[in-house]
Design a protein around this ligand. Sequence first.
Ligand code: FAD
Ligand code: SF4
Length: 483
Amino acid sequence: MFTAAGIHWDPTHACAMIDRADQPKRSATERVADMLEIYALYDEETAREQASRCIECPRPACVEGCPLHNRIPEWLALTAEGRFLEAAAISRSTSNMPEICSRVCPQERLCEGSCILNGKTEPVSIGAIERFINEYAFRENDLDLAHPPFNGLKVAVIGSGPAGLAAADQLVALGYAVTIFESQVLPGGLLVNGIPSFKLEKTIVGRRIEMLKKRGVKLRLGVTLGKDISLADLRRDFSAVFLGVGAQQAKPLGIPGEDLPGVLPALPFLIQKNVDFPVLDMVPIEVEGKRVAVLGGGDTAMDCLRTALRCGASEAVCLYRRDLANMPGSRKEYANALEEGAIFQFLTNPLAIEADESGAIARVRCVRMELGEPDASGRRKPAPVPGSEFTVPADLVIGAYGFDPVPFPPGSDLGQIECNSWGGMVVDENQMTSVPGVFSGGDSVRGPSLVVHAVRDARKAVEGLHRYLSSKSLPLSLVPEKP
Ligand SMILES: Cc1cc2nc3c(=O)[nH]c(=O)nc-3n(C[C@H](O)[C@H](O)[C@H](O)COP(=O)(O)OP(=O)(O)OC[C@H]3O[C@@H](n4cnc5c(N)ncnc54)[C@H](O)[C@@H]3O)c2cc1C
Ligand code: SF4
């Protein structure tokens, strides 16, 4: 039998008799021909069967491995019994967007990576089951649209990425009247203007935003805090503020040639190729038949390679200075990129981007690297191999070296918010910034991270915000009469 501490293998348990089945995946040839999601949903029978592989650990490691501490074994047990709507309701009790997290979380590093079955057999396919039960609930229209009566207080949320959306959802559930201010005309943050459709279709995000609107959340699009409105305006008109403004400023490549035409940052490229009505004022990027070099080894690099292949690139090459073991990108997405035809050149550090006589990009000059001792981050530090320079032919170069927070507009009153050396907002244990009543979370605090971390921060910030407002008797001027 299985026990909580040391597991004894029970050959009659479902996990010993039923193999893990991943979600059906479209063939690489089929999926590079469009931008649609690559995985299909389980059918009901498979969902039940796969959920039955869970051994219901008394101290579930999967829950610990999930940043939201999702009640995974509980909804797995219900799924195994075919009680899909109850399972979905439990999954929603700890997550504001389980249908999104189930699609984009790197489960192999989180819940599934922690599942106790690892090593004995394969982990429970938690992400696929979470996606199935939540899509089932959407199909059955079994959603939480009710909200408590207005509690008399208004809260402003800045940014409509996962942090802002999750904060708004939590605030409405506590009776606050919520207005989201978003500088883009398309809401969703990086869920829309970053993560490509083949990982997360835009309609899935749109559906979640519509739900928030039905629950009374107001959206003011095309409004930038620090430009169109000030922090003082918000503090006058709202009882508290949540800043979920992300970190979307591309890190520079820092090599000669980075200003050549044909060298692009990742986000404008991804937006132009993945969003139906991109609002960026930019010339069309020609990819058909071109050799595309992507610089960097994270999820953004993976997304750029796969997008380039879908846009007809003749070659999509990733140039990354460490090796596969030290690459930050998700292994699942790396495998998908490989299947779709991406080429990976590891231990390769770009030194310069070079043009031909006509001024068009021709190649990336690189040097081979070798890995030395681990650095402060624990990853092995790469060093150039003397005399190993070589070139990689390229017509288009996409930079994916990560992101920093966008600096506050000069002269804006946002400058009073304390930031750390790299521009991230400093928050206390309640996610409150140095300005009382102003909270923050997601990438704007922790730097480029994950959707699930943005959701977790937002939930924590709303708890702190609610405690803060509950403990305060507000001056009458801050208490609005109507939502
Ligand atoms: C290409 C790419 C792929 C990724 N893939 C994954 C993945 O597969 N899985 C995963 O978990 N994570 C992934 N991530 C990371 C994830 O998208 C982010 O960690 C997450 O979106 C951060 O959420 P956020 O709400 O903090 O910020 P964002 O999503 O960046 O949202 C911030 C919002 O604030 C708005 N804003 C900014 N400043 C202002 C202002 N002054 N006034 C008004 N509005 C403002 C912005 O326009 C934006 O809409 C990916 C990121 C990128 C770039
Ligand atoms: S999913 Fe894995 S870790 Fe979680 S309760 Fe089931 S068997 Fe245990």
